[in-house]
Write a protein that binds this ligand. Structure first.
Ligand code: ADP
Length: 394
């Protein structure tokens, strides 16, 4: 091949490369640029040869630096720069630096690729990644909410299971005693019927009645637990005299009294009130039956009722076993029974129900107790106002 042909051949190879090749001298004058450089920067080959290499880049500092420190490590790897087209449009390029010597003079070459497309893709991937991360975060939050819900329903389920287990234990223990008392009373009644002993028969009849009442109250308690918790208490307001209510409670509690136990009612109020007769009965009965149960023979129980324009006040006082000081904060907790109460029958739900009802009626309950001395419970219930009375009777 002739020299002329060789040069032409090199030029073809030089121009047919995919990457742009730019060669400049110490003064940064462009001495050689292949066709891809023209295409990338949108200048003609003639135009390119007229100016300095710096014109093609946003920051010329890198080129200047390379000329001075060309053997530095950082110029041995690919570097990203911002190129500037003839139109002034900026775009990302990736370059690799190299130094050459020709006829004793140093020259500097850049192998350059337009990476706009790659950058665009990277940006898109970044934004997709960001979207994905946000989506994952959102899903995680949703997942946490679902887990929280599941945990709640699981603990509700556990509580329900606990209640069921407790109920079975209660039913087998607490229901058995009155049921066998009823059974033995009926057997004895059959015996007295033969002997025509009416007095004994009536005694057993009232015992049976009181045991059935007791069972009924226990069942009522269990059934009301759920309603109280969900706040679904339907008030049944009627007009009644507190004296009548007290008389009913007294009649029902009399058979439960132990030997020589005294029950004193002190009612300074015989006015008629509007309220829920059944709920007040449940509250007072629970507290009174507890007072009777936790007071031994010869003890005394006092019930006092007062009222003013706004409230009704009840106090139930006994001189029984009392509540140990270190357990007093727990007695309204469902199923809780103090250590000294374990010798007495009970379910540990009565006070929980009482408190639930009182809270629902916007009332208040408090107590003072000393172990082996006695206990006093105090209740305050707001009277229902005329508006409520009217809305209920209408
Ligand atoms: P229980 O069926 O056990 O009587 P309650 O809910 O009515 O359940 O009462 C809870 C606990 O409070 C009782 O087990 C007992 O320890 C204590 N308590 C309630 N009333 C009295 C009282 N008058 N005297 C002593 N302890 C009482």
């Amino acid at each position: 091949m002739e020299l002329k042909e060789k040069i032409a051949f090199y030029k073809v190879c030089f121009d047919s490369m995919q990457a742009g090749i730019l060669v400049f001298n110490n003064e940064r004058d462009i001495v050689l640029a292949n066709i891809p450089i023209s295409l990338i920067f949108e200048y003609s080959s003639e135009e390119l040869r007229k100016f300095k290499a710096c014109k093609l880049f946003k920051n010329c500092g890198v080129l200047k630096n390379f000329i001075i420190h060309s053997d530095k490590q950082k110029y041995k790897t690919l570097v990203e720069l911002i190129g500037v087209k003839k139109s002034g449009q900026e775009f990302p390029v990736e370059v690799s630096f190299g130094k050459i010597e020709y006829e004793g003079k140093p020259y500097f070459k850049l192998l350059l690729t337009d990476i706009s497309l790659r950058k665009k893709r990277e940006k898109k991937i970044k934004s997709l990644n960001y979207q994905l991360e946000e989506e994952v975060k959102l899903r995680n939050i949703e997942l946490e909410q679902v887990i929280e819900k599941l945990k709640k329903s699981l603990s509700k389920e556990k509580e329900l299971n606990f209640l069921k287990t407790k109920f079975i234990a209660l039913a087998s223990h607490e229901f058995k005693t009155p049921l066998s008392a009823i059974l033995s009373s009926t057997e004895l009644m059959a015996k007295y019927a033969d002997l025509n002993n009416f007095e004994k028969r009536n005694e057993h009849l009232s015992k049976i009645k009181s045991m059935i009442n007791h069972l009924n109250n226990m069942l009522d308690d269990l059934l009301t637990l759920e309603n109280i918790e969900s706040g679904e208490i339907n008030l049944n307001i009627t007009k009644f005299n507190l004296n009548d209510l007290i008389r009913d409670i007294y009649k029902n509690s009399k058979p439960l009294l132990k030997k020589n136990q005294q029950l004193i009612f002190n009612n300074n109020d015989d006015k008629e009130i509007y309220h829920d007769y059944k709920i007040i009965t449940i509250i007072l009965t629970n507290l009174l039956y507890n007072a009777i149960k936790y007071t031994n023979e010869d003890g005394s129980i006092k019930v006092e009722i007062k009222s003013n324009k706004k409230n009704i006040y009840f106090t139930i006082e006994d001189n029984g076993i009392g509540i140990p000081i270190n357990e007093q904060n727990l007695i309204f907790t469902r199923f809780f029974r103090a250590k000294n109460a374990l010798y007495y029958p009970g379910t540990g739900i009565g006070l929980n129900i009482v408190k639930g009802y009182i809270q629902n009626l916007n009332g208040a309950i408090s107590f003072e107790s000393t172990e082996n001395k006695g206990t006093i419970f105090k209740i305050q219930l707001p009277k229902l106002n005329t508006y409520e009375q009217e809305s209920i009777t209408n």
